[in-house]
Write a protein that binds this ligand. Structure first.
Ligand SMILES: Nc1ncnc2c1ncn2[C@@H]1O[C@H](COP(=O)(O)OP(=O)(O)O)[C@@H](O)[C@H]1O
Ligand SMILES: [Mg+2]
Length: 608
């Protein structure tokens, strides 16, 4: 499993700085917030009225016996209830409003961030991790930041008004009730730590489990073919068991915590009964007043319990908060420098020509995340309009080279220059808007084929789309589908074969008419016949453009201006096809080997 799971360390303390940052999401909604403060205060006053009315009524009955006029009490009760309803309505409306906005804002920020983060980020975070951030963690946080904060404000307000009122009415009884607070606090702090720790273990186990699901689902074919079902199940069992243990431990802690809070509340009420009864016998208090205090005590503990529940939730969400914030705050490794950003703000572009000119690799070195060196001191010049082909054994660093050129990663040593300017001094938008990429594993989005082709040029007409498809050799297969260009491709293009996906993504790149075209084994899953057709279209498309092609079949790159043989991160040979064949080196060997294989294949096909 991935080592990066340890990114939220168990030993970290509850981080106020973190919550302060997240609270900004709530504080943004000032107007609703202010309305809410008013509503919460109204609610607290209403709550305060009921015991007061009841207490007074009991005292009056105690005093006058049977001849009490109930009408004013009924009226007061009615009024208090009416206002209570209005305030509760306002309360739920405000909290709901804030919750929706906060939830939207957090998700938007997280999603935006995911789009901006560099490829290197995705190398270290499993998809399950990211999915959990965007779904359960975001949900949890927006709940706390809306309902939690609202409940906290309401609870504090209610407790403050009740304590003030009780202290004024009878400070001795009031102090009895209030003395429970510190005890409650100490217990809370104790449980807080414990619950926090187990909840983190649970969440950690949970995201491991999600990632395991994800990997198993994505790799279900491989699993079956290699008969790995049993072992996978065992791995899964271990993960699930760990999660179960932690969950049970967590549940026990929570189960112990709340009854203790409840017991404390009951003890406080018992003490009031004893102490209040004593005052009644002394004549210092009426029965009605004691009843009133019992009511207040009960009301007092309601928000305390509510708050402690939220508090537990807050403790649990600390881990979520850390992870969501770590996501929102992680800096993309590849991004525009301050200088470039300033220039864009000033003049709308990065201040250089829009053209893709001469490309130069100057002592370029690269390694993925402190891994081994993949590219070693590479020097390379590509003139504008040249077509370059990269060949060599798998793992030699061809894709890495292309990744560097596209600035998906930046060199860890040396420079890559466009027209003599380091590409880090230019904007990412400039480079990427000039770039057309076709990958071996192309990604299609769910939607129609035409939508997928249009992805690179949103304003393209149907004619343009079809023309691009013709050039890319995709038109024929698309027309053979039931709904032609309107065929739905399914999530990730699952309805199409890999070769078909490659053709669609090829059409997409052609439509964009990029100045720099990059193809990484783009035609690996396309049959030789279709490939030949593409070859013709390609020649038209690439005319006048700079192109870098990583070839799967060497026969397709014979016409390249220059062929580079890449091995172990180094350029071993370079030159035109004929020059390299003449030289009789590595390329010659690779080429004859492949040609032999092709001839053998054709022979067997013909023979059968
Ligand atoms: N995202 C990555 N993180 C770490 N190592 C990688 C990553 N991508 C490729 N590599 C490593 O870099 C080396 C070169 O890979 P690559 O450039 O894909 O070769 P090629 O395209 O020539 O087959 C390989 O040893 C591979 O294991
Ligand atoms: Mg590759």
């Amino acid at each position: 499993m991935n080592q990066e799971w340890n990114d939220d360390d168990l030993e970290q303390k509850v981080d106020l700085r973190l919550w302060k940052k997240l609270l900004q999401y709530t504080l943004k909604y000032r107007k609703t917030g202010t309305t809410f403060l008013f509503v919460a205060f109204g609610l607290a006053i209403c709550d305060l009225c009921f015991p007061l009315i009841t207490g007074n009524l009991i005292s009056e009955i105690e005093e006058k016996g049977g001849n009490v006029d109930f009408a004013p009490y009924l009226w007061m009760y009615g009024c208090a209830t009416f206002f209570l309803c209005i305030f509760i309505y306002g309360f739920i409306l405000c909290a709901g409003k804030i919750r929706t906005h906060v939830s939207y804002d957090i998700r938007k920020d997280a999603f935006q961030q995911l789009q901006e983060l560099s490829f290197s980020f995705y190398d270290t975070k499993p998809v399950g991790w990211l999915m959990a951030r965007l779904t359960s963690d975001c949900n949890r946080l927006s709940n706390i930041l809306a309902w939690g904060v609202m409940d906290f404000i309401w609870g504090m307000m209610l407790m403050a008004t009740i304590s003030t009122f009780m202290l004024i009415y009878n400070w001795k009884l009031a102090l009895t009730i209030l003395s429970v607070i510190p005890v409650l606090f100490v217990i809370s702090v104790y449980f807080r730590k414990k619950i926090l720790t187990t909840s983190r273990l649970v969440r950690k186990a949970n995201s491991k489990l999600t990632a395991s699901y994800n990997e198993s689902i994505l790799g279900v074919r491989t699993t079956k073919v290699f008969v790995r079902n049993e072992e996978n199940l065992r791995d899964f069992d271990t993960l699930a068991e760990g999660m179960q243990n932690h969950s049970v431990h967590n549940a026990i802690l929570s189960a112990v915590y709340l009854p203790i809070v409840l017991t404390l509340g009951s003890v406080a009420i018992a003490v009031i009964l004893a102490q209040g009864g004593h005052y009644v016998t002394l004549g210092a208090l009426s029965v009605g007043e004691v009843v009133m205090f019992i009511y207040y005590a009960q009301m007092f503990f309601a928000p305390v319990q509510e708050l402690s529940a939220w508090f537990a939730e807050l403790q649990m969400a600390q881990a979520s908060a850390e992870r969501v914030l770590s996501l929102i705050e992680s800096e993309p490794e590849v991004r525009d420098t301050e200088k470039v950003l300033a220039k864009i703000a000033e003049s709308g572009n990065d201040g250089h020509t829009a053209e893709i000119g001469r490309i130069e690799f100057e002592d370029v070195e690269f390694q993925y995340r402190s891994g081994p060196t993949i590219i070693e001191k590479m020097n390379l010049v590509i003139e504008a309009g040249q077509s370059i082909a990269l060949v060599g054994a798998t793992g030699g660093g061809k894709s890495t080279l292309v990744n560097l050129l596209c600035r998906f990663y930046e060199p860890t040593g040396g420079r890559i220059l466009f027209d003599g300017i380091d590409y880090r001094e230019r904007s990412l938008t400039w480079l990427q808007s000039n770039l057309g990429i076709v990958l071996q594993q192309p990604h299609l989005f769910s939607g129609r084929i035409s939508d997928n082709i249009r992805y690179g040029k949103l304003e393209a007409t149907q004619e343009e789309i079809e023309e691009a498809s013709h050039l890319a050799g995709a038109h024929e297969f698309i027309m053979n589908l039931d709904h032609g260009y309107d065929t739905e491709v399914g999530e990730g293009g699952i309805q199409l074969s890999l070769g078909e996906k490659q053709l669609v993504s090829f059409a997409r790149a052609v439509l964009k008419q990029p100045k720099l075209m990059v193809m990484d084994e783009a035609t690996s899953s396309i049959d030789t016949e279709t490939e030949k057709k593409i070859q013709k279209g390609l020649e038209k498309v690439l005319k006048g453009r700079t192109s870098i092609v990583i070839a799967h079949r060497l026969s397709t790159i014979r016409s390249a201006d220059r062929i580079l043989v890449i091995e172990k991160g180094k350029i071993m040979e370079q030159g035109t096809h004929s020059a390299l064949i003449k030289a009789g080196g590595k390329y010659h060997d690779l080429y004859t080997e492949q040609s032999m294989r092709d001839i053998v294949r054709i022979d067997t096909v013909m023979g059968s």
